[in-house]
Structure formats: C-alpha cells, structure tokens
Design a binder for this molecule. Structure first.
Ligand SMILES: Nc1ncnc2c1ncn2[C@@H]1O[C@H](COP(=O)(O)OP(=O)(O)OP(=O)(O)O)[C@@H](O)[C@H]1O
Length: 258
C-alpha cells in the first residue's frame, strides 16, 4: 500500500445547510478563511419522463474551496453525475443557485457557461474520453487548442502536463498502446492542460485495478498542490476516500451524514 493511502479517514460531511453548522474539520477550518471556488445553494434538479416528473436532486448545498480534493459517494442512481453536470455548467438546476468564482451559472445560458467551462473547468468524464487516433501528446494539445491558448505555449505546457502524470516518455503513444491507468493519466493531463481552477472527475478509477487507481490518486494529490486546482470526483471505493479533504455522502438526491 502506498504511504498516502495509510493516512486517517477523511471526514464525511453533510452539505452546508444555512441552518446547520458545518462539520468541523481541518480542511473546513482552513477553507473558512478563503472564498469558495464554487457554491451550490438549495439546488434541485428534476427531469420530465413522459407524464411523470423525476426529482433527482432535492436540495443540495455544498462549497468547494481552492486546492481541495473532494469526493462524492453514493449508490448508483443517487444523483452524483447529475450534480457534477450542474457544477461543471453542463446543465442548469430546476431550483437553487450555483456560483462558480462568483459567476451565476444558474442564470447563464449555455454559450456563456461554455466559455467559462473551456477556460476554467476540466472534465474527466466518460464522454470526454481520449481521441483514439491521436497520440498522448496530441490529445493534450487538443485541449489547449480548444481553450484558445496561444500556440507558442503549447509545447512546453503539453510536456509539463505529461511529465506531471509520469508519461513524458510515452507521449507519442496512442491510447490503445497504453494501459488503462496510463490512459486515465493522459486524460488527467488533458483535463488540466488549460490550467482550470476546477477539475470534475466522474468515477475516474472505476475501470482500474487498485495499483493503477492508487497511481491516479497520487497524481490527483500532486496536482491539487502544484497546479492550484480543486478536484471533485465521484467514487465507490472506500480506500480512495481516505485521501479526500471532504467526502459528501449522497442518498436519493440529498446529502446525509454517515
Ligand atoms: N436526463 C435525464 N432524464 C431523466 N432521468 C435522468 C436524467 N439524468 C439522470 N436521470 C435519472 O436521475 C437519477 C440519478 O442519475 P445519476 O446519473 O445522477 O446517478 P449517479 O449517482 O451518478 O449514478 P451512477 O453511480 O450509476 O453513475 C437516475 O435515476 C437517472 O435515471
């Protein structure tokens, strides 16, 4: 077991309801002195399914602070991905407010949210998987193109990011020539290349064995420190949760304290 995995358990916290005191933790104490990067206030999300309305999120409150590693856990169907989509500006809530760096995502149209997303949010979602015909280098470079980063900066940034995830020597390999863990590390390099403040990762270790998952979590810990990024990820793996600054437990569209 790697040393970082043997640390104490991360606190499991409820959402920061206005009327409910936040569970005290070192991370929360530190965080209380700085502005949140993202706030979710009384958020609800319902979907129409024929004549029925499915209420998926039922009043979510959460703060993400700079340089935190935050995890969402919950059974399949509890609403984790729905919440991640809202936090990343891919969707808007039915009720409630979401502010990212003070910007009211809940009021903004898709074009405005897309602009922020391209520049300041990174995703490691299934839908944002690697391009199979492009090398690791080209995959990371693509994200800089998309974010309109000046071409002159591409080479050094791509190299830095692949180096950060330990794949500098494999940068010219295409995804099928890399292991699952290596592919996921390329996906991380791609997601952080444009220097986002927030990285959202939906089950980033689900397809990996425990050693590869540990490598990915090691990279996450390093980039939270060195890249000034906040990571919010979903996971079912209790071993991985031990390294979180904060764990939110979701049951049927609300946060609960375990
Ligand atoms: N666009 C949609 N239309 C209708 N129902 C939806 C839609 N998106 C999500 N849902 C429903 O919302 C519920 C929560 O889905 P969600 O994907 O957020 O769960 P999850 O906790 O991420 O699950 P998993 O761990 O399996 O990924 C599910 O019952 C799902 O069917």
């Amino acid at each position: 077991m790697l040393t970082w995995l043997s640390g104490g358990s991360a606190p499991v916290a409820t959402g920061e309801q206005e009327e409910t005191p936040v569970q005290e933790t070192d991370a929360a104490n530190k965080a209380s002195t700085v502005e949140p990067l993202l706030t979710v206030r009384n958020v609800e999300r319902s979907f129409d399914a024929g004549s029925q309305k499915i209420r998926v999120l039922k009043g979510i409150n959460l703060n993400l602070y700079p340089q935190q590693l935050v995890m969402l856990r919950g059974r399949s169907g509890s609403g984790k991905t729905t919440l991640m989509n809202l936090m990343g500006g891919l969707d808007t809530p039915t009720e409630g407010e979401i502010h990212f760096k003070g910007r009211p995502f809940h009021k903004w149209d898709d074009d405005k949210r897309t602009e922020v997303r391209r520049k300041d949010i990174g995703f490691i979602f299934q839908a944002y998987a690697l391009m199979p015909l492009l090398s690791a280098y080209e995959n990371v470079e693509l994200s800089l193109r998309m974010a309109n980063v000046p071409r002159a900066d591409w080479k050094s940034r791509v190299t830095t990011c692949l180096d950060l995830v330990g794949l500098a020597k494999r940068m010219h390999h295409r995804p099928f020539e890399l292991s699952g863990g290596e592919q996921q590390r390329v996906a991380i390099a791609k997601a952080i290349a444009h220097r986002p403040s927030l990285l959202l990762a939906d089950e980033p270790t689900a397809e990996l064995d425990s050693q590869m998952a540990a490598q990915v979590m090691q990279v996450f810990k390093e980039i939270v420190a060195s890249e000034n990024v906040t990571i919010c990820m979903t996971t079912h793996d209790p071993t991985i949760m031990e390294v979180a600054d904060h764990v939110y437990e979701m049951v049927d569209g609300v946060f609960v304290v375990k």
